[in-house]
Design a protein around this ligand. Structure first.
Ligand code: ADP
Ligand code: MG
Length: 396
């Protein structure tokens, strides 16, 4: 689960990490109030979307920059007028961009140098890793690609936790000395504590800057939480912004369906993540392209299958559906009844191919055959994929 920069900064502040003073706004009245809280001096106006690269982004109407450093309140108001409710395209949003529904106004900093600092969970080594670089800011991806030696990594064992020597090691690698080593150690300690206590998978400050006055301060923040642990943190759950999520995915999560929208035109309804992956692969190998990943789970019932059909059909790109269910825990006849009932409940106008396998498969196929629902039963995954790809092609 992701949160916005302004929310991440509030959390950082709770953990003692210095951030510039700032105010969020979601409508023109709040924009006015937010700006009035800041001095009539340099102000930074920042689009809040769950994607990075805003500084270098462009709005779909041609307005440049989702992060604007402006000279006074009037210019802040002007930038806000351009950004709010406009769609921002960045390297991370995809070409369709994201609608900006929240803005953040903060004090501007006199930047001396921009650093990168992050903690991520490294599943391979089962540790967290501190990642840091002297080359922070908007070109960090290029640094990682062209000069990876400028990025340092310090693994932190979960049993030991972050120790002072870790802080000093990173601080020295970044070239800090004297008072700044202490400031940096406080920041990294707070960052790690937050990472650990809130079950984060990523906390990233890019840039962490030194100001001309010698202070270290976090100017941008990104935090992702482990959604499997989110039930332990109701205060984090509250920060979820449904505006940033695909409505189809929100609906799916209500029905305990694992659904991810993709950009193809053949929808899949499958039980089990592995089978779902295999189904997507085989569609692709026959020259088709999957419209989604959808795992209805081991114990899928009629309600879930109905919800799954509705979600699939709300995607206008879907030109065909492949149902691939393995009756292991569930019996095929039960599933077939569910599919038939759901298909009758939801009007399906696109080709539907169903492949069942497993316990009571013959009874299941009989139910499908005699249902009167327009569908093509298939005997194998290969055959099912071949048929649906062909049918979708012919429908074009
Ligand atoms: P993104 O990473 O999405 O592009 P950032 O918040 O990192 O957005 O902002 C981009 C750049 O804008 C930063 O690298 C920094 O140079 C500048 N910037 C951001 N916030 C401030 C601020 N409060 N004061 C001065 N400059 C800022
Ligand atoms: Mg940034």
């Amino acid at each position: 689960m992701n949160i916005h920069e302004y929310q991440a900064k509030r959390l950082l502040q709770e953990y003692g990490v210095p951030v510039p003073r700032g105010y969020a706004a979601t409508n023109s009245r709040e924009v006015e109030t937010a700006i009035s809280h800041l001095g009539d001096d340099m102000i930074v106006v920042k689009a809040q979307i769950h994607a990075g690269g805003r500084g270098k982004g462009t709005f779909t109407d041609g307005y440049k920059g989702g992060v604007k450093v402006v000279k006074n309140r009037e210019e802040a108001q002007e930038a806000a007028n351009h950004m709010l409710d406009n769609t921002l395209v960045t390297a991370q949003t995809g070409p369709e961009g994201r609608k900006v529904q929240t803005l953040y106004f903060t004090e501007a900093c006199d930047i001396d140098h921009e650093y990168y600092l992050a903690i991520v969970l490294d599943r391979e080594t089962a540790q967290s890793v501190v990642i840091a670089s002297t080359e922070g800011g908007m070109d960090i991806e290029a640094v990682a690609e062209k000069t990876p030696e400028k990025i340092i990594r310090v693994p932190i064992s979960p049993t030991m936790g972050l120790r002072h020597y870790h802080c000093r090691r990173v601080a020295f690698a970044l070239g800090f000395a004297g008072e700044q080593v202490k400031q940096f150690a406080r920041i990294l300690t707070g960052l790690y504590k937050m990472f650990w206590e809130k079950n984060a998978m990523l906390v990233e400050i890019n840039p962490l800057v030194t100001t001309k006055q010698g202070q270290l301060i976090a100017l941008d923040a990104k935090v992702s939480f482990d959604s499997n642990a989110i039930f332990q943190h109701p205060e984090i759950q509250q920060l979820r912004d449904l505006n940033e999520e695909d409505p189809k995915e929100i609906e799916a999560s209500k029905h305990n369906l694992a659904y991810i929208a993709l950009d193809g035109n053949i929808a899949c309804m499958v039980n089990g993540a592995g089978l779902a992956m295999a189904t997507m692969d085989i569609i692709q190998s026959f020259g088709g392209s999957p419209a989604n990943f959808l795992d209805v789970g081991g114990g899928a019932n009629e309600d879930q299958v109905t919800a799954a059909f509705k979600i699939i059909l709300s995607d206008p790109n879907v030109k065909g559906i492949l149902v691939n269910i393995f009756g292991g825990i569930m019996k095929c006849d039960v599933i077939a009844n569910g599919i038939v009932a759901a298909a009758k409940n939801v009007e399906i106008k696109v080709p539907l191919v169903v492949r069942l396998e497993g316990t009571n498969v013959e009874a299941g196929k009989k139910i499908l055959r005699e249902s009167g629902v327009a569908l093509t039963p298939a005997d194998s995954l290969v055959q099912a994929a071949e048929i649906i790809v062909e049918q979708v092609k012919n429908a074009d």
